[in-house]
Write a protein that binds this ligand. Structure first.
Ligand code: OFO
Length: 173
């Protein structure tokens, strides 16, 4: 496997692992603050990021490279409020999108069209994740400081998690 592509894929493995840990920290914070719907959403999201990481690990190894399992730094343990949690999530997803775009760029520079094809799945995934985070933030902006609205928001988020396919059950993934 091309060395530059392999290094970029390993860097992405590390980013997906960090994303998983970051959302796990958010899930735990939400659970401790009575936000059960948000907590379920974040637990599922954390699992999905781990799935993204595993998909990369398997691809690198199957293509004759060596997947490196990274150490992960400690994510934050406290968050200001629900809105700031989703603002951080969107910011994080935007940085992951940049990293995926960089990976696409390297694949093209190195003429590795197989990896380029593989990475397109992540391009679409990032589009979906950013859109979802923006939709959630728009709702939170409408709710403002209204506690009743916040309660409904958390409940709706729980319902959406229960209705949506997960990485483990979605055959498209
Ligand atoms: Fe892996 O999709 Fe978000 O970060």
């Amino acid at each position: 496997m091309n060395e530059r592509v392999e290094a970029a894929l390993n860097d992405q493995i590390s980013k997906e692992a960090s994303s998983s840990q970051y959302y796990l920290a958010m899930a735990s914070w939400a659970e401790n603050n009575g936000l059960n719907g948000t907590s379920k959403f974040m637990y599922v999201h954390s699992d999905e990021e781990r799935f993204h990481m595993l998909k990369l690990v398997k691809f690198v190894n199957e293509r004759g490279g060596k997947a490196l399992i990274p150490a992960i730094s400690q994510p934050p343990t406290e968050f200001d409020n629900l809105k700031s949690v989703f603002e951080l999530l969107l910011k994080h997803e935007i940085s992951v999108t940049e990293s995926i775009n960089n990976l696409v760029d390297i694949c093209l520079q190195e003429k590795d069209y197989t990896t380029h094809n593989f990475v397109q799945w992540y391009v679409s995934e990032q589009l979906e994740e950013e859109a979802l985070a923006r939709t959630i933030l728009d709702k939170l902006k409408l709710i403002g400081d209204d506690n009743g609205g916040m309660y409904m928001f958390d409940r709706d988020l729980e319902a959406s998690v229960l209705a949506a396919p997960t990485a483990a059950t979605d055959t498209k993934k």
